[in-house]
Design a protein around this ligand. Structure first.
Ligand SMILES: [Zn+2]
Length: 404
């Protein structure tokens, strides 16, 4: 039976967003949390970009050392062979290759440089390049897919499949799709092409989660697996992408949704991830953020408070304990506290690691990495960050060529 899978794009769409930044160590932590949450795949970044190279080497090494469980690491490239050829030496096993498909973008973005035939020619050449470089899965992204007509979308998807692609990503790039429309289009396309169509929904109308679920149902209706693109806390270009936690919760608790999740999801990391991301991105969570906002389980008004006190199920959809604990980081303690960081010494380092109960095997390397990672993030390191450093100092040192 076809199932639902999650492909998180925080480390690509999320970090490329205006006024949003994350260090390479922060991006590493995103992959760590995605693995803990049990999502299938992380689009880790741009493997053709020079400043991503040490980071991508570190992620591959961390995955080989077991730091990321079953998480698949994939790279995003433009759907042209040059990007893929540049990325190939890094040896990533999964790719998404993106090119615009709508007439609007052909006319107003490419402006005569590429027409439909050229788009298919470039995209298929890119797919073949990825496959011959050893890629296990390749998705092709129809950028502005929601404004692309059915006929060309099908032609594009069939050509991709013929070239060896495993999935096609239908991008609602400008966020104008609506639930009924996207479900119908997904069902039609997935059944005509005979492979999964990935959702990539933007939130310009506040419909990203609803559209992602509807699109996924279209896949399932066509007998194909569904792959849903998400971002932590719903970040992403402009008004964001589909929020990871909301989308998972909808499949777990949405009324009348019968779809089965195919990933080993563990929501007991949801609060640690959501709160860490808010801290690392420097973007406060709205009080009403789904699941992780301050008010997600708070009751004050008379009738609600009375009902919740009698039985929280009167006013809550699910048990908050399923979202796991809130982070209680060492660095956030009030009163007297000794921290470790960029300018710290061994005494403080040992004090914090001992206090956290963390066993440090390669002390000199781990100590230097605390300094380097803190210099990179510019914020006090969290407990999960310190634990990852203590567990995988060799692999993380690849983030700092010549310095680790
Ligand atoms: Zn996007």
């Amino acid at each position: 039976m076809p199932k639902v899978h999650f492909l998180d794009v925080t480390n690509r769409d999320g970090v490329q967003t205006a006024r949003t930044g994350l260090s390479k160590f922060g991006k590493t932590m995103v992959n760590f949390y995605l693995a803990k949450l049990g999502v299938a795949q992380s689009e880790i970044g741009f493997p053709f970009l020079f400043h991503e190279v040490p980071y991508i080497r570190a992620q591959t090494a961390l995955a080989e050392a077991g730091a990321f469980g079953e998480l698949r690491l994939s790279g995003w490239c433009r759907g042209v062979p040059q990007d893929v050829e540049q990325a190939a030496p890094l040896g990533l096993k999964h790719y998404n290759l993106s090119i615009s498909t709508s007439d609007y973008m052909i006319q107003n973005k490419f402006r005569g440089r590429l027409d439909r035939d050229a788009i298919i020619r470039e995209m298929t050449a890119a797919v073949r390049a990825a496959k011959s470089a050893g890629a296990l899965t390749v998705g092709v992204n129809a950028e502005d897919g929601s404004r692309t007509d059915d006929g060309f979308l099908l032609e594009f998807a069939l050509a991709a499949k013929e070239a060896g692609a495993d999935r096609v990503r239908y991008c609602d790039t400008i966020g104008g799709d609506t639930p009924d429309r996207i479900r119908e289009r997904f069902a039609k396309l997935a059944s005509a092409v005979g492979m999964p169509v990935e959702t990539h929904c933007h939130n310009d109308l506040g419909l990203a989660v609803a559209n992602s679920i509807s699109g996924a149902l279209g896949d399932l209706e066509a007998g194909q697996d569904a792959w849903i693109n998400t971002c932590v806390n719903g970040i992403g270009e402009r008004s964001g992408n589909a929020d990871l936690l909301s989308t998972i919760l909808a499949f777990e608790h949405g009324f009348g949704l019968e779809a089965e999740i195919g990933d080993a999801i563990d929501l007991s990391w949801a609060r640690r991830f959501g709160l860490w991301a808010s801290y690392a991105f420097g973007q406060a969570l709205p009080y009403n953020q789904v699941g992780v906002g301050r008010n997600a389980f708070a009751h004050e008004s008379g009738i609600h408070a009375d009902g919740a006190l009698k039985d929280h199920g009167n006013y809550e959809l699910y048990d908050e304990a399923t979202l796991g604990p809130f982070p209680e980081d060492w660095h956030a303690r009030s009163g007297r506290v000794v921290l470790t960081g960029e300018y710290g010494g061994k005494a403080g380092f040992r004090h914090v690691m001992d206090g956290l109960g963390v066993e440090v095997r390669e002390e000199d390397l781990a100590f230097r990495l605390v300094q380097l990672c803190n210099a990179m993030t510019g914020r006090p390191l969290t407990d999960d960050e310190l634990r990852l450093i203590a567990a995988y100092p060799r692999e993380l040192s690849l983030l700092f060529p010549g310095q680790g």
